[in-house]
Structure formats: C-alpha cells, structure tokens
Design a protein around this ligand. Structure first.
Ligand SMILES: O=C(O)CCC(=O)C(=O)O
Ligand SMILES: [Fe+2]
Length: 338
C-alpha cells in the first residue's frame, strides 16, 4: 500500500496530511497491516490527522445521513427543542449551548456557532443499563416528523462502528503492540454520531468559531468529508492547515484516549471550524471510544525507565462524566470549580 498522490487543489503543505488507501488492508493482503501502520504511525506523530480512501463505507449511506441531518435542522425550532439534550448528550443541542473551555491553544470564551444533534447506540427501554439507571447511558430521541431519520442514521452508525473497530489492529501495530491489544477495551465501545449545522460566518474575527479550537476526547474520530471547507488542523509549528478535501474519503483524527494510551506519542491535535461560506455547513462526525468500564493505561511499548507514564490509569466513564459538565453551559451549575 502506498499513500495516494495528493489532490491537486488542496491548500496547505503538500502531503502533510496523508491520503491512505485502505483497500489492501481491508482485503487482508499480506503485509498490508504493517504497511498501513507505518503510515498511521508517521501521521499520528505529526498532525494526528489522516484521510482514508477505499474504506468500504457505501457513498449512499453517507449521503443519506447528510440528507437526514439537513432535514432535521430545517424542522421548526419547537420540534427540535422537544428533543433537547438533558443530563447527557443525546438529542438536540441548540446554537450557543456549548462553549469550549478545555483548549490549551486558545483561551476561548464564546459559544460555538453551531447546532447539533447527538445519536448514541440505540437501546430499548428494557436494556439492562437503562433499567439500572446508568449515569452515562440513555435512550435516543427521534424526530417523529422524519420517518427515515432513525434507519438512515443508525445504518451509518453501525457501519462506522465496524470500520473504527477494523482499524484497531492498525493503530495497535503502529504503536508496536500485538494487533489485538486494544480489543479488550473495545468490547462495548462508546460511540456517538453528532450531526452538526454551522451557521455562515463570513467575517473572521479570531474569537468566533463554528467550533472553537479543541481536541476530541474519545479514541478516534471519523469525519465524512463535508461539502464545504471549514475544518482546520493546528500543526506542531502553530499554523493551521486544511485536510485534503477529497469527496468520498474520511478525515480521521486521533483523540485524547489514544494520546493517553500512547503516553503522548500519538497526542491529539487541536482543530477548529470556521464556516466562511455564505450558507450552512454540515458535518457528521462519528466518535469512537473505549468501553465505559475500560481503564486507560499507558501501553508497555510507550514507556521505559527514561520515559515513565505521564498519565495515571483512568476509567473511561469517569473521564466522560467529568467532561459532560465542563463544556456544556446548561450543566455547569454542578461543575467542579478550579
Ligand atoms: O465540522 C467538522 O469538520 C469537525 C467537527 C469537530 O471537530 C467535532 O465535532 O469534534
Ligand atoms: Fe473535533
């Protein structure tokens, strides 16, 4: 396998974010995992972003999810507010309800200029964790006015979960670990599909963002290419670049838990969104994370007497519960101070 040649129209340093052909890996070709892992390791040590081509996700599924998302956000505000998020992020998050307070690269104070809809694993009311009142598990909220919304988004969710799982051995190999190393922490992975609509923001003032600079807090994130540009990635030198915008590919980025497992070898990269177009921009990020009960520990290949673990073991659910309070304005009354 080799990196696909860089698309001619892409701004930013040539080839900085590689475009990788997943075909041979998914087909189980000899040596393909090691080959993919080498490319993954290189870009995870650099920008933490890569672009995947030939990933096997049907184009139709991506298109349907974008289409249902647009229809959802076009619903009357009362219909959307009827599905408003509660104690956890499931359902509709109105414009202005999320303010990133966790960034180390930007002292942000303003709310993100987007509205969102969160979808999680589709459980039934008799699910054992629902019955047990698990604090971070809940039922999806579905828009009654859109009969195809649930099937389309859940088909996409299942396909993306399978793809994220298929890539675990490539990330393990990239960290010099046995290919099945991460499997035990992803038996019941914590996944979220977030539909996002960004309002147009033709004037850039350096303070207002569709999505302020942040890192993702899960393990890996999969972004189907949005039709409009807007996503920017911060390089180690502090410049902002755009990932190759090749239709039909996925932008994948590493997130905080992969950073912790790898003792910062694959540290998560700040990114932001500014929608300078004159129309709404849509994104459908799929967030893949470990089991709630997984304890994230620095992996053996990423620590040595000279490089001790920088992180204590962390139960993923504890991390999620803490975050759930920090960036969402309606829950901050209970937020820890300091
Ligand atoms: O809209 C995008 O392209 C990226 C969204 C994002 O970074 C996020 O939801 O964490
Ligand atoms: Fe993000």
């Amino acid at each position: 396998m080799s990196a696909i040649a860089q698309h001619a129209d892409i701004p930013g340093p040539e080839g900085r974010i590689p475009v990788l052909d997943l075909g041979p890996y998914l087909a189980g070709a000899p040596g393909a995992r090691e080959d993919l892992a080498r490319h993954v390791a290189r870009s995870c040590r650099d920008t933490g972003f890569l672009v995947l081509a030939n990933h096997g996700v049907p184009e139709r599924m991506v298109a349907d999810t974008f289409a249902q998302s647009a229809r959802f956000f076009d619903l009357p505000m009362d219909d959307k507010l009827a599905l408003k998020v509660g104690d956890i992020n499931i359902g509709y998050l109105p414009m202005g309800a999320q303010t990133i307070r966790t960034s180390t690269v930007h002292a942000n104070k303003r709310p993100n200029r987007n509205e969102s809809f969160y979808i999680v694993r589709d459980r039934t009311p008799d699910d054992p964790e629902i019955l047990a009142g698990h604090p971070m598990v809940g039922l999806n909220k579905w828009p009654a006015a859109l009969p195809e919304f649930r099937a389309a988004t859940m088909a996409y969710f299942a396909t993306m979960q399978a793809l994220a799982h298929r890539l675990l051995p490539a990330f393990a190999t990239a960290l010099d670990l046995p290919p099945d190393y991460f499997d035990r922490d992803f038996t019941d992975p914590t996944c979220t599909l977030r539909l996002i609509r960004y309002e147009p923001q033709p004037a850039v003032d350096g303070e207002t963002f569709g999505f302020a600079p942040h890192i993702d807090t899960n393990f890996t994130t999969f972004l189907a290419q949005s039709r409009l540009p807007g996503l920017e990635v911060r390089t180690k030198e502090g410049t902002w670049i755009r990932p190759p915008a090749i239709p039909g590919t996925f932008v994948v980025n590493t997130a905080e838990m992969l950073g912790r497992y790898s003792n910062d070898r694959f540290a998560p990269t700040p990114h932001r969104v500014i929608n300078q177009a004159n129309e709404a921009r849509y994104a459908i990020p799929f967030f893949y994370g470990p089991d709630n009960e997984a304890v994230i520990r620095v992996v053996p290949s990423c620590t040595s007497p000279d490089d001790p673990p920088r992180y204590e073991p962390l139960r993923y659910i504890d991390h999620r519960m803490n975050l759930n309070r920090t960036n969402f304005d309606h829950r901050r009354k209970d937020a820890p101070t300091g």
